[in-house]
Write a protein that binds this ligand. Structure first.
Ligand code: MN
Length: 263
């Protein structure tokens, strides 16, 4: 029996009038959605993303196709809401998360992403970003045109290149990695990593209690300015994975997007 501990926290921040972030933190699925569209429309979009992932909650493990199908339904639901006049044409949402899946009798994390919310793994005192942003600045970094440090202050740093609520539907990325006792994952919106450097996030994550860690991260983002809504979900795999000790497969066995080979 898999044993998880988790915590979650979300805050409007110090500047915005609405919290357009939403999250789901119920095993085996942990996800954050960051809605956009203005005038509260983002709340509609991010809530629809969470609503479509919610049927996965309570299962022992989910399947990769469950996540793909949920995100496709969420995309359709957002477009339908726009058609009904419940939001502006550009209403949309990011969504990123991790869900436990079984593959070959072994427990894995399926990490998924559309947009620029993020999934990290805490590795000792360091943070390893597992998801890849769909953003203008990520493309500029990958093209060698700007550095990671320049990306943090680039005027286009909030512009996403993929989001739910798009026609044609966005292609989501998925990565599969073996799950092991001791794993700690962080799922968060850009309101966290846009305000707080990775090293400072890692320092807060030394807090063993996942709920206090999530609250500490949100508090750090607000203290740093809180320019955006901020959401953090922290999940620990604390035990129970007897056949899943992590030495069965190399921890570097990260699959690329859609599970097709190494990145
Ligand atoms: Mn945001």
């Amino acid at each position: 029996m898999t044993e998880l501990r988790w915590g979650a926290s979300s805050d409007v921040g110090r500047v915005r009038g609405h919290n357009e972030d939403a999250y789901l933190a119920t095993p085996p699925v942990f996800a954050v959605a960051d809605g956009m569209g203005g005038h509260g429309a983002g709340e509609v979009a991010s809530a629809l993303a969470v609503r479509e992932l919610a049927p996965l909650a309570g299962l022992p493990t989910a399947r990769a196709e469950d996540v793909t199908d949920a995100l496709a339904r969420a995309n359709d639901a957002i477009l339908a809401a726009v058609t009904r006049g419940e939001g502006p044409p550009r209403m949309g949402t990011t969504v990123a998360g991790a869900v436990l899946v079984e593959r070959g009798g072994l427990l894995h994390w399926l990490v998924f992403n559309v947009g620029d919310s993020r999934v990290y793994r805490c590795d000792g005192d360091a943070l390893e970003q597992l998801s890849v942003d769909h953003s203008v600045v990520e493309e500029l970094v990958l093209a060698g045109e700007i550095t990671r440090a320049q990306a943090r202050v680039h005027p286009g740093r909030h512009v996403v290149t993929r989001a739910l609520g798009s026609d044609p539907p966005p292609r989501g990325d998925q990565w599969l990695l073996p799950a092991a006792v001791g794993d700690r994952l962080l799922v968060c919106s850009d309101g966290l990593f846009g305000e707080v450097e990775d090293s400072a996030m890692a320092a807060v994550l030394r807090e063993p209690d996942p709920q206090r860690a999530a609250e500490g991260l949100v508090a750090a983002a607000c203290a740093a300015g809180g320019h955006d809504n901020v959401t953090a979900v922290v999940v620990d795999l604390v035990g129970g994975a007897s056949a899943l000790d992590g030495d069965t497969l190399p921890r570097s066995a990260l699959a690329g997007p859609d599970g097709e080979g190494a990145p």
